[in-house]
Structure formats: C-alpha cells, structure tokens
Design a protein around this ligand. Sequence first.
Ligand code: ADP
Ligand code: ZN
Length: 610
Amino acid sequence: MTKQEVLKQYFGYETFRPGQEALIDSILAGKDVLGIMPTGAGKSMCFQIPALLMEGITLVISPLISLMKDQVESLNQAGVHAAYLNSSLTANQYYKALDYARAGRYPIIYVAPERLMTEEFLDFALHTKIAMVAVDEAHCVSQWGQDFRPSYLKIVEFIDKLPIRPVVSAFTATATATVREDIVDILMLREPTVMTTGFDRGNLYFGVLAPKDRYAAVHHYLELHPGESGIIYCLTRKVVEDVCGRLQAEGFAVTRYHAGLSDRERKQNQEDFIYDRTPIMVATNAFGMGIDKSNVRFVLHFGMPKNLESYYQEAGRAGRDGEPGECILYYSGQDVITNQFFIDNNHDNQELDAMSRAIVQERDRERLRKMTFYCFTNECLRDYILRYFGEYGSNYCGNCLNCLTQFETVDVTEIAKTLIGCVESCRQRYGVNVILDTVHGANTAKIRNYQMNENPCYALLAKVPAYRLRQVFQQLLMHDYLAVTNDEYAIVKLTEQSRTLLESGEPLTMKLAKEQEKEAKAKKEKKAKSRSASGITLSEPEEQLFERLRALRTEIAREENVPPYIVFSDKTLIHMSRMKPQSKSDMLEVSGVGEYKYEKYGERFLDVLK
Ligand code: ADP
Ligand code: ZN
C-alpha cells in the first residue's frame, strides 16, 4: 500500500494536510523528524500512517492516559489494531496486552514514559522489532516548556538500550526556539527533518469583549448557539462552580471540571461532555489536555488566562474538525490581578531554587503582559497571536472581531499628555487606577488619602468617558509611552518616550474602537452565524438531514460505547448531508469515510440518506 491508500482506506481522507506528507516521507526514508504543528493540525496521522507501512512496531510515547485511550479507540474504529500500556490497566490486562503485542497483533502501541524502563516492558521491547519511537507532546522533555515531565528523560535511555536504533519522531504544538532546540538535543534526534506548519487556524474566529456583566454575555452567547458543543474556561474553581450552577439552574445542558472534584466525578463529567450528553463544559485549565473532541464549536473564556500559550491551546480546542469555531475572551481588569496572584504564589515546581524561581516569575509576568495586550490591541487578533509565536500574518484576517469592527482615528494628544503629566507629578508612585481616577476627578477616599485631589492634573479630563481614558492608557502602554512595573503593585512609570511626547509639539493620534459599535457589531454577527447550524451553511432540508444523521450517530455511539465523533466527525456528517451519497462508491467519496468504517456503518447511514 502507498501512504495515500492508507490515508484513504483507514482514515477516509483524500488529501494530506500541509506538512503531513513531508514528515511521513522522511520517516519512511528512515530519517528522524520533528513536527511542530498547532493543535488540530493532524499530528497523529504523521506517525500513524508510517506505522502502518513499516515493518515492525511503532511505540508512541504519550504523557496522558486520556489521550492514549482516545487515540487507540479512534484507531480501532478505523480498523487498526492498537493498544495502550499505562497505569489504567490491571496487571492482568497489562500482561495480556503484552502477550498480544509479542504475537505481533499491534502495529501501534501507546506507552506511558514511566513504563519504558520497567523490566517487563524492556523484556518485550528488546525481543521485538521496534520500527519507530514516536514522541507525542515532545515539549514535555524541556524545562522551558509549560509542561516539563521528568519521565520523558527516560526516552533516550530506552532508545539506547534497543539493539537497533529505530526512527525517532517527535511532535509538539509548542513553537518557541528554546523548546525546539531542547527537543532535538535531549531526544538526540539525528539530523531530523524539521517541519513547522503555520500556526494559523483559519477556521477559528477570535474576539475579545469586556462586557459589564460577563455572566449575562455568556448566557446570551449560549442562547444564540443552541445544540452546539463548547467549553467555557474560568480562572478559578469557585467561578466554575458559580457559572456552572447558574447555567444548570437555567436549564442548559452543562457539566463542570476542576481539580477539586473527585477522580470519579471528573471522569464522569468528562465523558458526559465527550459523549455529548452534556455538550457544554465549564472548567478550569485543568480540563482539556488530551481531549480531542473534534466537534467543539466554541471556546469561551470567562476571564483572561495567564499567557497566550495557554490561551491559544485552550481556544484551539474549538473546530478541530476544520469547520468554523468561535473563540471569545470575556475580559475584565480584575483578571490581571488574579493572574498576578497566581504567579506570585506559584509553588508548583518544588525543585526550583530561589534564584530560578525568581527568573521563572519574571518570565511569567512578561507573558502575562503580552496576554493583557492581546485584550487591548486594535489590530487583527489573529495577527497578534501569530506574531507572538514568531510568524507573520497579513494584518487583516477578516475573521476576528477587530477586523470586523469600525475604528475611528482620534487625536489623543491632550489625554496622553495629561496622563503622563499626572504620573510625573505624583513621582511615579501609584498604580493605574489611581492615575485614571485622578485625571477623571474621582472623589474617593483613596484619592483623598493619597492627596491626589490636590494634584495639578486632578479632574483635568473629567469630561472624557472612563472607557476612553482606559483605552488611551492601554495604547500608551502598548506603544511604550508609559510602562508598569512587573510586580503585584503595577506602578505606572515614565519611559524615554514619555519625555519625547511631552516635549514634542506633534499631535498623537490613535485608532480607537467606538465602544458601543464594537458590542453591537459582535451581536449582529452572532445572530447571523446562529442562523446556520454550527456556523456552516446548509440548506434547510440539508440541515434536517444532518440532524437525522447525527441521531443515527448517537445511536451507534451508544451501542458501541464510544464517543459520537469517533464514529464520524461533524465534518463527515456535513459532507454527507451535502453530497447525499446513494451507493457504496458514493459513500467512499465522503471525506472521513474509509473502507473499514463503511463496512461497519455505511449501510445504516445509506438507509437514512435514501
Ligand atoms: P493534533 O494531534 O495535531 O492536535 P489530530 O491528529 O488529533 O491533531 O487531528 C485533528 C483532526 O484532523 C482529526 O479529526 C483528524 O482525523 C483530522 N485529520 C488529520 N489529518 C487529516 C487529513 N489529511 N485530512 C482530513 N482530516 C484530517
Ligand atoms: Zn483579524
């Protein structure tokens, strides 16, 4: 078989996605590879396809039990024998799986890194032909990544023990240069083919909103998107409980996930979400690693995460099937403070000494600053993200809130000079809110205590709306006309540019959004999208057909006890609704329908289609 035939026959896809072919060809030519691709780009295919074409077994090293289970289930559904070896198996199941493996039953075996150097596993591995070791989530080897796992360091030790060195392939969605170098060095990849596919996820819409009432905004969003599956990320367990409780009380099919729940409940809730019994998940960032539910249509953030790496990873769980997805961040000024607190009180990594901890904290604060700027930028949001990850965008994507918002160019010279003057006259001692309150002329106890009501700038900008002051202030920070200290106090400081601005006679103009318009636009757009199922345009009868196919999928999923998207993805069902295949050969033309799946379910779907 060729790689094309494997793609078609087992997975039901016609064409490779960017990067996949080059990586597969390299592996088949016996070369090591490093694949850097964003979540949802299709990394698994890059090792699964060569695994089916090479003589010998492919070991896939993966950090998460849930991830292994999901992938093995998917493979089995596609007609590929695969197994996993991790701590979720009983001793009996484990030995049985090893026996099958010895008998050559599985071309692909998923294994947890801490198993590699155990006696039983080595005994098996040393007496079998291992064709490839594929390292998934390879950034776990690096201390510079966000998810360092010491057990990953055992991988090289393991490979060294093998009588013949297999091809080593590594995959990650983390793009920074240090992590990339660490992966190559620590895993000792030999002149690897390195492929970085674009980080852009064109099917995802990005938006940032700062509604007065966040709960109401989320509630409204859900009302406009009935029947869709999505995730709502919150910063703390308490907020998860609160949001989930309120939504439940209002009759939405939601469940929750955070580290404070029992193992059993977490597992149950996760399954309810994956199986679409409760299609909406409210969760902390503890949720999602290893979840590759493909039909997640939206990811809402009820609060700003601590950095863009986390944000993009979490948001990226939308639209993995390639169909439109929406990622909206509901921001509030309080989020920065919450995140500062997390950074200052992070004692997760006990191995760090005081000095390294200070360095890590400094890096974390810088990341948080960049995250905050994401919430305030008036430029294309997608561009901002791509630039953060070292790529260049096109300045206009046409599929983010900023690209779809009308801006006005405003002369802000007076506001800027007054803000800077205020910072100077109070000798750079106060935080953002004190400065803003002073120029706005607030009569609060705090302002009186600090005697800012006697400051020469007091109430000079009383007529400017508060949101406009804040907008201008954020733009000044972003363009280095002002700075804030990177600590919990966030004291506003002057920069070299502050002086230049005060002294120059040049006017300063900024591109600012009209606040009301931004909100109105967002609403209008949501309405437009909600008219078509999942933001995908199907005609009325096609949509009805889609619903019937979906019902059949749910029925089959129940019978087989697998998540619905493992039977067929939304995308596949949408294709079916559009193409309305009437025969086996028609059916095999549908993206996502392979020979094996056709044999299992094809006729039942054809019955509905006829
Ligand atoms: P990653 O591991 O990079 O996050 P996955 O390997 O889970 O992504 O793939 C994401 C989705 O894309 C899966 O549903 C997968 O079946 C699908 N996919 C992968 N390769 C292709 C392809 N060549 N054509 C169509 N769909 C694909
Ligand atoms: Zn854009």
